[in-house]
Design a binder for this molecule. Structure first.
Ligand code: XMP
Length: 514
C-alpha cells in the first residue's frame, strides 16, 4: 500500500495539532514538523501535500519564521493557513501589511464555490478569523476565491501550481465547513485515497510488534488510563504472555478503580498476559504524611512509583523491551514534532528510564492522537467504559486533596467523586463534559445535621469543557443535577457538610486544584 503522508509545517500557531487531527479525520495520515525542517528532509518524505500553519508573527519582519521558496517549486500541493497564507504570498511576490481592520472571531466569508477548495461549501459560510495583518495584493498567478467585508483576500489560489492560501482557520470548529475544505484539499487536490484507518493501523502495528519483539520479554507499567491500557492490549494481541503488566495501586485512584483494572487485565479478564498488581497504598500514605505542598506531593508520588516499579522489575529480571503509552501530542509537546515549546516535562518521550534493566523502548501509540487511541481501543474490543475514561492525573487523588493526604481524606473524596460521576452519567452528561471530578478542599466549617452541630469538610465539584486541556471553561451543569449531587454527597459521605461548584476557567485557574 502506498504510504500517504501530508506534512503540517508548523510556524508556531496554536492550532498546529488541530490541523493534523482534522486531516486525519479525513483518513489521511499527517505529521507535524517545525518550519526549521530542512527541505531535503521534506523531499525524502515525499509528501502528497503540505500545509503551512498560522503563527504569531508578521511575515514581513526580518526575523520572522520563513521558508525557502524552493518549497513552492516541488510540485507538491501546498495550503497556507493564516500566517502560512501570508507567508506564501510574501515569498511569491504578493504584498502583506498591517490590516486597516483586524478580524477576530466568527466572520461571514463569501467563497467562490468553483474553487477546488470550496467544492460543496455554501457561498456564504462562517469562518474563524484571527489576524492583524492581511494580504493586500496576491502574488502573480493567484486568483482571489474568497473575501469578507473587511478582508479582500480571504482565500487565493493558483490551480496550475496547486498552491492555495486561506486567511481564516478551517481547522477550528467555529469554521462551520472547515473540515470540508481540508477534505477538499487533501483528498481532491492532493489526491490522497484515504488509507489511514484504525483497523488497518491496529493490524499493522500488531504485525510490526511481533516482528520486533520476536521471543523477547516485554514489560509494561499499566496505570488503568486509556493510553497504557490500549498499548497493553495491543502488545497482548501481538505477543500474549511474553508481556508482563505491572499495575501499581498507589491508593490514590478513584473508587473501585484498582479492582476495575484488575477485572480487565487480571487472570479472569479476556487478555493473555502476566498481570502483577501491587497494593502500595500504605507506602504512599506513609510517604505523604505531613506533606502539603502540591509539587512536593507530585515528586513523592512520582519517585515512589519508580521505587515500587523498580522493586517489581528486579523480581522479573532483565527484559528486552519496556512499553510506554506515549501519544502524538506528547511527542509534539516535548518539542520533537512541531514548533511548540516544551510544555510538560513529565512525558519522558523517548527518554530511557534507568531504573529498569531493558534494551529498548516500544511506543506503539506514538503516532496517534487521543481520539485515534480510543478508536484503536474500540477496534480491539476494549470495553467502552475504559476507552472513554476521562483523563486522570498520574498523581491521582493526591492532587485533588488540598493539604495533607490521609486515608480518611482519600475515602471522602473517592466517595464524593463516585456519586458525582454516577449522577453526571444519569443525567446523560458524561460524554459531553471534557473532565469532571470532586476535590476535597482543606476547609472545614460549621453545619448542622439533624440536631447535631457538625464541623466538616467542603467538597468542590469541578467540570470543564476543553479541547486541548490548555484552556478550559467550566461546564454548565443543570442546577437540579448539582442539587442532587450535593444532597447525595452530604447525606451519604461522612465528613462532608458543604458542596461547592467551581466556576473558574483556565486560565486563570487550572483544571486540577493543585
Ligand atoms: P491542569 O490542572 O494543569 O491540568 O489544568 C491539565 C490536564 O493535565 C492533567 N494533569 C496531570 N496529569 N500528571 C498528569 O499525568 C500531573 O501531575 C498532572 N497535573 C494535571 C489534568 O488532569 C488535566 O487533564
Amino acid at each position: 500500500m502506498e504510504k500517504e503522508l501530508v506534512i503540517v509545517l508548523d510556524f508556531g500557531g496554536q492550532y498546529n495539532q488541530l490541523v493534523a487531527r482534522r486531516v486525519r479525520e479525513c483518513n489521511v495520515y499527517c505529521e507535524i514538523y517545525s518550519y526549521r525542517t530542512d527541505i531535503n528532509k521534506i523531499k525524502e518524505m515525499n509528501p502528497k501535500g503540505i500545509i503551512l500553519t498560522g503563527g504569531p508573527n508578521s511575515c514581513y519582519d526580518a526575523d520572522s519564521p520563513t521558508y525557502t521558496d524552493e518549497l513552492f517549486q516541488l510540485g507538491v500541493p501546498i495550503l497556507g493557513l493564516c500566517y502560512g497564507a501570508q507567508l506564501m504570498m510574501h515569498i511569491l511576490g504578493g504584498k502583506v501589511e498591517k490590516a486597516p481592520v483586524q478580524e477576530y472571531g466568527k466572520t461571514e466569508v463569501l467563497v467562490d464555490t468553483a474553487s477546488p477548495l470550496f467544492m460543496g461549501v455554501s457561498e456564504k459560510t462562517v469562518c474563524w478569523m484571527s489576524h492583524s495583518d492581511y494580504i493586500s495584493r496576491v502574488a502573480p498567478g493567484f486568483d482571489i476565491v474568497a473575501h469578507t467585508s473587511d478582508c479582500p483576500v480571504a482565500a487565493a489560489q493558483d490551480c496550475s501550481r496547486k498552491l492555495f492560501a486561506i486567511q481564516f482557520h478551517p481547522e477550528v470548529l467555529h469554521t462551520q465547513e472547515g473540515t470540508k475544505m481540508l477534505y477538499n484539499f487533501v483528498r481532491n487536490v492532493c489526491g490522497c485515497a484515504g488509507t489511514w484507518r484504525m483497523d488497518s493501523f491496529v493490524e499493522q502495528s500488531v504485525q510490526a510488534i511481533r516482528r520486533k519483539v520476536g521471543n523477547g520479554k516485554v514489560l509494561c507499567a499499566l496505570s488503568g488510563g486509556v493510553d497504557s491500557s490500549v498499548a497493553a492490549v495491543m502488545l497482548s494481541k501481538a505477543i500474549g504472555n511474553q508481556l508482563t503488566c505491572v499495575f501499581v495501586d498507589h491508593g490514590l485512584l478513584r473508587k473501585n478503580e484498582g479492582d476495575e483494572v484488575e477485572e480487565v487485565f487480571g487472570p479472569n479478564g479476556p487478555y493473555e498476559l502476566n498481570f502483577v498488581r501491587i497494593n502500595a497504598q500504605d507506602r504512599y500514605y506513609a510517604k505523604l504524611k505531613g506533606v502539603t505542598e502540591p509539587e512536593e506531593k507530585r515528586k513523592i508520588i512520582g519517585e515512589e512509583f519508580i521505587r515500587v516499579f523498580e522493586e517489581e522489575a528486579k523480581k522479573i529480571g532483565a527484559v528486552d523491551f519496556l512499553v510506554q503509552g506515549t501519544i502524538y501530542p506528547d511527542v509534539v509537546e516535548s518539542g520533537l514534532g512541531g514548533e511548540s515549546a516544551v510544555i510538560k516535562s513529565h512525558h519522558n518521550v523517548g527518554g530511557l528510564p534507568d531504573y529498569v534493566d531493558f534494551k529498548e523502548i516500544i511506543e506503539p501509540l506514538r503516532n496517534l492522537f487521543k481520539d485515534e487511541v480510543r478508536k484503536a481501543g474500540l477496534e480491539m474490543g476494549i470495553p467502552e467504559k475504559l476507552v472513554f475514561r476521562q483523563p486522570f492525573p498520574g498523581p491521582g487523588l493526591g492532587i485533588r486533596i488540598i493539604g495533607e493526604v490521609t486515608a480518611e481524606k482519600v475515602r471522602i473524596v473517592q466517595e464524593a467523586d463516585a456519586i458525582y460521576r454516577e449522577e453526571i452519567a444519569n443525567a446523560g452528561l458524561d460524554k459531553m463534559i471534557g473532565q469532571y471530578f470532586a476535590a476535597l478542599t482543606n476547609m472545614r466549617s460549621v453545619g448542622v445535621m439533624g440536631d447535631e452541630r457538625t464541623y466538616d469538610y467542603a467538597i468542590a465539584l469541578r467540570a470543564v469543557n476543553t479541547i486541548d486541556f490548555m484552556t478550559a471553561e467550566s461546564a454548565e451543569i443543570p442546577f437540579e443535577v448539582l442539587q442532587k449531587v450535593m444532597s447525595r454527597i452530604i447525606n451519604e459521605v461522612r465528613g462532608v457538610n458543604r458542596v461547592f461548584y467551581d466556576l473558574t476557567s483556565k486560565p486563570p485557574g487550572t483544571i486540577e486544584f493543585e
